[in-house]
Design a protein around this ligand. Structure first.
Ligand SMILES: Cc1ncc(COP(=O)(O)O)c(C=O)c1O
Length: 361
């Protein structure tokens, strides 16, 4: 039996506003006059239309499809799964919150790595979870998620959920699909594996496919597809998890504009491939220059590099020098990772003046 949060276990919540696409499917014809949604009528010279065009104004004026059907279908095709295995929400962050709400009751244990993507802990605390952290494993100076230890702690603590960012943020390191399958097999079936794959587009195609039992794989259009400001992500999951998530999701959270943009980028995969190719090239260039400058750069499967300095003070000092020049680099807030700086693979990062601070300081 699939386990959900206690109050959802034997309760099916019905969406009062399933939206016009579902109504059209139910009645077998197009709706030609939408006078049941209390949207505003179109006016001439609306500022959206004059600044950005009539098409944007029309999208903005009307309620979106609550199930983001067009995005679901395209995400399904891209990942070789059925549309019933896809749920769309306002970015991977919203999906983390959504699946925490679907699985975790107040007081339940959730497990993650100490120092990994901090929004997980932020959302977990918001649902009343008890967060248990496992240190990174040091392998030849490289920090990786310790899959064996994560599974052991999740099983001994009877965790409701295990969170794993793969590729990881902030380290950038990655475990291949065999290791992920083995992790799933080690975990108790009641433990939902929440795989945050925000950066998976920067890995080989083979790593991106498929639905695993009791596992939710999160994807975002913020990184390789260039839509961070519009807030679109999706999850690939077994159908029962998609159905439960759909019962508690904010139906209209992904705007019409965001859905239309998502359709546009998913229909133009060559654009994502260009972003992936260019980011990966810059990441390797940046890593090489940094290593030549004598600093310790972790191997990365993302659109950033992670530099580990000798201590937190050293990382903070360099971050402050760059900030004084108006340059923002990220130093993770978790005590386990404050000796690190995370730099996006971007032409600005390869400027001599920036490299100088990051290497010589
Ligand atoms: C690991 C990880 N998950 C999720 C996100 C957030 O993605 P989104 O913009 O889709 O909410 C990020 C963004 O940096 C991330 O690094």
């Amino acid at each position: 039996m699939t386990r959900y949060a206690r109050h959802l276990q034997d309760h099916t919540i019905v969406n009062p506003f399933p939206g016009l696409p579902r109504l059209e499917a139910a009645i077998g014809r197009r709706i030609v006059s939408r006078i049941g949604s209390n949207e505003s009528m179109a006016i001439s010279d609306h500022p959206l239309a004059t600044q950005w065009g009539e098409a944007l104004y029309e999208l903005a004026r009307l309620y979106p499809d609550p199930y983001a059907g067009a995005v679901r279908e395209r995400a399904a095709v891209r990942n070789g799964v059925a549309a019933a295995n896809v749920v769309v929400d306002a970015g991977a962050d919203s999906l983390i919150g959504l699946f925490l709400r679907a699985r975790v009751s107040p007081g339940d244990v959730v497990v993650c790595t100490a120092g990994t993507y901090p929004s997980f802990r932020y959302f977990a605390e918001g649902v009343g979870a008890r967060v248990v952290e496992v240190p990174y494993l040091q392998q030849d100076g490289v920090l990786v998620n310790d899959l064996a230890a994560l599974a052991h702690v999740a099983n001994t603590q009877q965790a409701a959920l295990l969170y794993l960012a793969n590729p990881d943020n902030p380290t950038g390191t990655h475990h291949g699909h065999d290791a992920i399958h083995a992790l799933r097999e080690q975990l108790h079936p009641d433990t939902l594996l929440l795989l945050d794959e925000a950066y998976i587009d920067f890995c080989d195609q083979a790593e991106r496919q498929g639905v695993l039992p009791q596992t939710v794989r999160l994807r975002t259009l913020s990184k390789a597809h260039g839509l961070a400001g519009l807030r679109v992500g999706y999850a690939l999951a077994p159908e029962e998890w998609v159905n439960k998530a759909d019962q508690i999701r904010t139906q209209f959270a992904v705007s019409s504009v965001a859905q239309a943009a998502a359709v546009a980028v998913l229909d133009a995969p060559q654009c994502a491939e260009r972003i992936i190719g260019e980011s990966s090239r810059l990441r390797e260039q940046l890593a090489t220059r940094l290593r030549e400058g004598g600093v310790h750069v972790l191997p990365s499967h993302t659109n950033f590099v992670c530099i580990c300095y000798a201590n937190a003070d050293d990382a903070l000092r360099r971050q402050k020098i760059l900030l004084q020049q108006g340059i923002a680099v990220h130093r993770p807030p978790h005590p386990a990772m404050q000796h690190a700086l995370r730099i996006t693979a971007h032409p600005d990062a390869c400027q001599e003046s920036v490299l100088e601070v990051l290497t010589k300081g």
